[in-house]
Design a binder for this molecule. Structure first.
Ligand code: ADP
Ligand code: MG
Length: 237
């Protein structure tokens, strides 16, 4: 029943203009994303997909309007408060993964817990320690123990991507955001990675926002939005 579902992310009359821009990149009247939903976000290059994810993650603040994440109006927070909020509640997989090349796989994966008490507590509660959860996630993502002490720069693209996923998921953030994480992979590995990610999110009850150009994978998600449509509908009213 629609009314029984709780909202993880709500955007209300959100406008965002980049400095010096004359037109908003984001103009969205309303967007509700429910807890546990697996949302596919598509749209042409330059339509504002990454900008939207940065607004939801609190990397950017809206020019006007409200962004409510887990019942917190993040648009009212300062930039450093938003950083802390993001560290606690949101895992982020970047298009280029952004691993720290000279750190080992395990060292990369535990970083979010070093930055968030809440995620450390979650790790300890469910796995006994942060390191145990890191190992469990890496195993689940098909990265065997002989790789754990290798430096991130020694890995293949597919391996780096799975490390980035483990890093985003550690400490059970309630929201996982992935910005075109499969664009560097071939079709087979793309589907394998996606299946793993969707399974882990389903098991954790994680709300997933997944941006991709690849409309073939859309059917794997519980809901899909096309960014231009939303922006058009926001601008038109
Ligand atoms: P997408 O992820 O859908 O390709 P983006 O959100 O990256 O789109 O970009 C949307 C629009 O915002 C583009 O017109 C782009 O030029 C502009 N834009 C993106 N990043 C910046 C930035 N750092 N400064 C100014 N304009 C930007
Ligand atoms: Mg983008």
């Amino acid at each position: 029943m629609e009314s029984a579902k709780s909202i993880a992310i709500a955007l209300k009359k959100v406008h965002f203009l980049w400095p010096k821009a004359t037109e908003p990149t984001i103009a969205m009247d309303e967007l509700n994303i429910y807890r546990g939903e697996q949302l596919f976000i598509s749209g042409p290059s330059g339509s504002g997909k990454s900008t939207l994810l940065s607004l939801i993650a609190g990397i950017l603040a809206p020019t006007s309007g409200e962004i409510i994440i887990n019942d917190c109006a993040t648009n009212q927070l300062s930039s450093s408060e938003r950083d802390i909020f993001r560290g606690d509640h949101i895992g982020f997989i970047f298009q280029q993964f952004n691993l720290i090349p000279y750190l080992t796989i395990l060292e990369n994966v535990v970083i979010p817990c070093q930055l968030s008490k809440l995620r450390t507590q979650n790790s300890i509660k469910h796995h006994g320690s942060v390191l145990n959860e890191a190992k469990a996630l890496l195993t689940r993502l098909d990265l065997s123990s002989d790789l754990w002490h290798q430096k991130a720069h020694q890995l293949s693209v597919g391996q780096q991507q799975r490390v980035a996923a483990a890093r985003a998921l550690i400490g059970k953030p309630s929201i996982l955001i992935a910005d075109e994480p499969t664009s560097a992979l071939d079709a087979n590995r793309r589907q394998d990675f996606l299946d793993l990610l969707l399974d882990v999110c389903r098991d954790h009850g994680t709300t997933l926002l997944f941006v991709s150009h690849d409309l073939e994978i859309m059917q794997n998600f519980t809901k899909a939005i096309h960014l231009n449509d939303i922006n058009d509908c926001g601008k038109g009213t």
